[in-house]
Design a protein around this ligand. Structure first.
Ligand code: F6R
Length: 249
């Protein structure tokens, strides 16, 4: 089966082998010529889902990531909103993570990133945007995380989850050692993750040591998950992730 249909901009899914031994890949993966081609494809899938849900009078619940990987997907969604009339009026979003502690107006915050790179350019209702709040007090953090999970559930669950992957193999900020069943919670960032963020924060000492992240359990409840990984520096961790994944899907 073709994986990529450039004409209809559809990503298809080749069924994995029936048995563990006969599977070439533990997780299905598609290789593109470049990030731009792939991002347009992914944005088209998201747009089609939003439109289908709108037609059925339903809310479309998206799980979103920050970082460099999804940038061109967001650019394409903004273009579709401005040029093709794609409306986000029926869209609810839940972001994966936020540094902790972190003020919303800080230019390093994921709150700032999402508004700058997507939300400020589309017609999403502000009340439908959910990003973990890096200003919650320590005492309220546990309850806040449980509530974030409940809000996802109350929204009907994640229809589509967009992911990147960090050099430690983290999705969201689920650093190595995170449990498959983990929910939204606070986490201590891996040193490698903090090193990778250090140039943006102008030095590792300025990078928070903690974050709030959706769990792997949260992410895996999504009806569809697309993980984006571009360039040679993601090749090794991607290879490891695809090989290590066992008995999960
Ligand atoms: C960001 C997130 C992280 C990033 C990952 C890759 O919300 O959840 O897991 O997706 O660190 O970051 P980039 O895309 O900058 O390489």
């Amino acid at each position: 089966m073709q994986d990529i249909d450039l004409e209809t901009k559809k990503l298809t899914h080749s069924p994995a082998g029936q048995f563990e031994e006969t599977r070439f890949e533990k997780i299905h993966n598609v290789i593109f010529n470049g990030a731009n081609e792939a991002s347009i494809m992914v944005a088209s899938e998201i747009a089609a889902l939003i439109r289908k849900k709108a037609k059925d009078n339903e809310q479309c619940v998206l799980g979103l990531a920050t970082g460099s990987s999804p940038l061109e997907v967001y650019e394409e969604l903004i273009r579709m909103h401005k040029e093709d009339g794609l409306s986000f009026a029926n869209v609810t979003t839940f972001n994966l993570d936020e540094y902790y502690p972190m003020e919303k107006q800080n230019i390093q915050s994921y709150h700032y990133f999402m508004h700058e790179n997507l939300f400020d350019h589309i017609d999403i209702h502000p009340k439908n945007i959910h990003i973990p709040d890096g200003t919650v007090t320590d005492d309220n953090l546990y309850a806040y995380c449980l509530d974030y999970e409940m809000q996802i559930e109350a929204a009907g669950g994640l229809d589509f989850q967009l992911l990147g992957i960090g050099r430690t193999g983290h999705i969201g900020f689920n650093e190595p050692g995170s449990h498959f069943n983990s929910g939204t919670r606070s986490i201590t960032l891996d040193h490698v993750t903090r090193v990778d963020a250090s140039s943006a924060f102008l030095g590792i000492d300025n990078v928070p040591t903690k974050a709030i992240t959706m769990g792997i359990g949260t992410v895996s409840t999504a009806k569809r998950i697309v993980l984006l990984a571009w360039g040679a520096n993601k090749a090794e961790i991607l290879k490891q992730s695809l090989k290590m994944r066992k008995n999960f899907l």
